[in-house]
Design a protein around this ligand. Structure first.
Ligand code: HEM
Ligand code: HEM
Length: 227
């Protein structure tokens, strides 16, 4: 913890949360870039897609095992908190939050759920040239429809990503706190009289357990596919 005048700098986001966020952004962009790759290069889309699955599973485990700001219990709030935050935001006076704010918390769950649904629809999708590993289990007409749904969901995801970025930038401007920098460095500057202190950086063992659990999930999806 560093003190600078009437502000202090504390660690908020652990390493996993930060690395996961920027890797997730990269892989989602890669999924988009590789989507039209054609049958020869379609494996790149699959690698990026399974990568997204690994990160989302890791994030779900991390929501139970991560540092105090990464845990779901710290940012998944009830309707009353969400409404209060939305009203304050509309009045351009959002209250400061060291971790995710109540509205942001639900946006995070929406983005993660959207990615899970994208992966699941992708696994069952098929068109003339390419198919997900589970598409053989269902009728071709349904696999075709799932390919359409997969594509439409991707456009819907962009809409939520745009809202997410608008939310991050507006809270940064109104709260005079660069949230993007915080997601990169892990630290935030808060008033010195705020009782919050540095959040813990979880142990290597904890990182490994979460990674192994997420990897088991991806392996089960890959090896469970019909041949
Ligand atoms: C594909 C695009 C994106 C996805 C899927 C995404 C997803 C997420 C997720 C899941 C979180 C929660 C982090 C956690 O607790 O694990 C998050 C937080 C955050 N994201 Fe993104 N994000 C995307 C793009 C961006 C971009 C382009 C920016 C930069 C402008 C950004 C800035 C942030 C910030 C600053 C936070 C922390 C918000 C806070 O302080 O509460 N994100 N994002
Ligand atoms: C393991 C996970 C995934 C699998 C198996 C998969 C599979 C597929 C398949 C079979 C198609 C071809 C369907 C078609 O041409 O309409 C496709 C297209 C596409 N996928 Fe995925 N996908 C996965 C993950 C993702 C993810 C995570 C995203 C986005 C974040 C994504 C975005 C897209 C897009 C934008 C298309 C292009 C649709 C089009 O323009 O035709 N996919 N995917």
């Amino acid at each position: 913890m560093k003190r600078q005048g009437d502000k202090k700098e504390i660690l908020v986001w652990d390493r996993a949360t930060r690395v996961l966020h920027w890797t997730l952004v990269t892989l989602v962009v890669l999924c988009w870039l590789t989507a039209e790759a054609g049958s020869t290069w379609f494996w790149t889309h699959l690698v990026a897609g399974y990568g997204v699955l690994l990160l989302v599973l890791f994030r779900l485990v991390w929501g139970l095992m991560g540092n105090r700001h990464a845990r779901f219990s710290s940012f998944v709030c009830g309707w009353r908190d969400v409404r209060e935050h939305a009203v304050a935001l509309l009045a351009l006076t959002p209250p400061g939050h060291v971790g995710h704010n109540p509205l942001g918390g639900w946006m995070i769950l929406t983005l993660l759920t959207g990615l899970v649904v994208l992966v699941v629809t992708g696994l069952f999708a098929a068109d003339d040239e390419v198919a997900g590993a589970y598409a053989v289990l269902i009728r071709p007409g349904i696999a075709d429809a799932l390919a359409e749904i997969h594509e439409t969901l991707y456009s819907v995801l962009w809409l939520f990503v745009a809202l997410h970025i608008i939310g991050v930038l507006s809270i940064s401007l109104l709260g005079r706190e660069n949230l993007v920098r915080a997601m990169w460095t892990g630290s935030k500057r808060i008033p010195s009289d705020n009782p919050e202190t540095d959040a813990a950086e979880p142990s290597t063992a904890r990182y490994l357990i979460a990674l192994v659990l997420a990897a088991i999930g991806v392996a089960a999806v890959i090896w469970g596919a019909p041949v």
